[in-house]
Design a protein around this ligand. Sequence first.
Ligand SMILES: Nc1ncnc2c1ncn2[C@@H]1O[C@H](COP(=O)(O)OP(=O)(O)OP(=O)(O)O)[C@@H](O)[C@H]1O
Ligand SMILES: [Mg+2]
Length: 238
Amino acid sequence: MALIELRNVVKVYRSGSVETIALRGIDLEIYRGDLVAIMGPSGSGKSTLLNIMGLLDRPTKGLVLIDGIDVSKLSDRELAKIRNRKIGFVFQQFNLINRLTVYENIELPLIARGVPPSKRRAMVLEALKKAGGDPSWLRKRPNQLSGGQQQRVAIARAIVGSPDIILADEPTGNLDRTSAKIVVQTFLELNRVGHTIVIVTHDPEVANCCRDIFVIRDGRIVDLLEPDPSRCIVNTAR
Ligand SMILES: Nc1ncnc2c1ncn2[C@@H]1O[C@H](COP(=O)(O)OP(=O)(O)OP(=O)(O)O)[C@@H](O)[C@H]1O
Ligand SMILES: [Mg+2]
């Protein structure tokens, strides 16, 4: 069974009298252990698609099934619960909270899930380590770190609750090449240990590290490309 299945998903945004059709009937199946890239021009619907896959937004039409469960019948509260348990997000702009320390940022999803305080510290440390971060960052504020370091903190926050699915929207979009490599390396490692990963990216060198590349154009999936691992930003020959 697919971990995430979209059936004929349509998304229409309405603001006043203006209608934008962002998705025009998407059929998509993501399986456990997949490592998928989504590519396409600006405005083609990539973020909209990711937000719907991640239950941050609802489709105008069509079905979203997570682990075979049709989520359209669930309340916002129930959706939030599934999202919290199963899905971790990573964004281009990191979306960290500068009022909080790095430690507190990574801890947030655990508080939302009701993990007792006594268990949280070990989980935060473990997640930061997996994301290639350094414990010396924990007392700092996110804005005292470099972009690449902040993205590793954001990845730690996304994985701290061991979600099945990691959805990343242009995670290397704001990073230099060295930091991008580290972030991609982290995703490859997370995928190797069983996390299902979907990465929206403009960078062919990131997409080529994945096992499937979906191409979206004008709200439709128009192509499924075979990645070329020799053009992956990190050396995957291991
Ligand atoms: N909240 C919104 N309200 C109205 N229109 C929106 C909204 N979000 C996105 N859109 C429109 O939907 C379409 C798809 O947007 P989306 O953000 O999914 O594109 P994208 O592929 O992620 O682009 P980019 O590569 O620039 O991030 C665009 O035409 C955009 O203007
Ligand atoms: Mg986008």
